[in-house]
Design a protein. Structure first.
Length: 291
């Protein structure tokens, strides 16, 4: 408890200077709470929406379960179990018109060489209580060179995926250099895929979620600080041009209040919805942000 209190004090003290200078390099935005979330999803890590139901997952330690949340109250109204799946470290959700994708790609210690993404029919979300999912299996072509920094400074964690065009885009969470690398996975193959990096971007933090807006052809990357700046979150908004992020047009937004923000979902042209897991900043919640 004492270590948590000390950590929180450091974050708040350093945050005073952080927010005072944020306007120099980013636009400040306010997360407006939509719901306080149930303790059943206290480690919410991923967000999707179908009709009047929000969908989320807990990260490592929970069962292989997807939770449906009421659009009116945020309460859990549905649980869907993935048969034959394991929640080693579920970290994000992505979706398209026909499928939901669950990223079992978390790699905090940097020791996982094989990662998984589960592909589920959207029809099964409301019509069944359990479903078998197609399993996509992945590995990084550059795994060896990205793990030389050890447990605290490797570059092989991944907590953000987005469905873009005909691929799933994975963004690495780099503790080593606080950049992110982009990988692209085929959504239709069951065989092991070896992914090579398609680009690297100076996000200046740890990417913890991503989403793609089909309407505007823009990405949103949710990023939070590392070490003393933990909890100080930002969003990068950037267009996709020629099937790659165009970093030259990237815009940065700083969230006005700290939190362990873990997921992001576009809602129209200029609004995103985010969730935060329970932490010493507060309980789990869902919030809207105007960009």
């Amino acid at each position: 408890m004492r270590s948590i209190s000390i950590a929180l004090t450091l974050v708040l003290v350093q945050g005073c200077g952080f927010y005072a200078s944020a306007a120099a390099d980013a636009t400040l935005v306010e997360p407006v709470t939509r719901f306080k979330l149930s303790g059943q999803v206290k480690e919410t890590s991923g967000l999707a929406r179908t009709g009047d139901t929000w969908w989320t997952v807990n990260d490592s330690g929970d069962k292989a379960t997807i939770y449906g949340l009421s659009d009116q109250t945020g309460e859990v109204v549905k649980r869907l179990r993935l048969k034959g799946a394991n929640n080693l470290d579920w970290e994000d959700l992505a979706q398209d018109a026909e499928h939901l994708y669950v990223a079992d790609t978390g790699n905090n210690a940097g020791k996982r060489k094989i990662l998984s993404i589960y592909k589920i029919s959207r029809q099964a979300l409301t019509s069944k209580n359990s479903v078998a999912a197609q399993k996509l299996t992945l590995r990084y072509a550059d795994y060896a060179e990205q793990t030389t920094g050890g447990k605290r400074s490797h570059n092989v964690d991944c907590e953000a995926i987005a469905r873009v065009g005909e691929s799933l885009w994975l963004f690495s969470k780099n503790r080593g250099d606080q950049k992110t690398r982009l990988y692209k996975a085929d959504i239709n193959t069951d065989s092991l895929q070896t992914l090579s990096p398609m680009g690297e971007y100076p996000v200046k933090g740890l990417v913890t979620a991503a989403d793609y807006n089909v309407e505007t052809a823009e990405l949103a990357l949710l990023v939070y600080g590392y070490g003393p700046s933990f909890g100080q979150a930002s969003i990068w908004r950037l267009p996709v041009v020629d099937n790659l992020p165009d970093w030259h047009q990237a815009k940065k937004y700083r969230l006005k209040r700290p939190g362990q923000w873990e997921s992001i979902l576009w809602q129209g042209k200029n609004r995103v919805t985010v969730t935060a897991e329970g932490s010493f900043f507060g309980g789990p919640e869902m919030a809207d942000i105007e960009l």
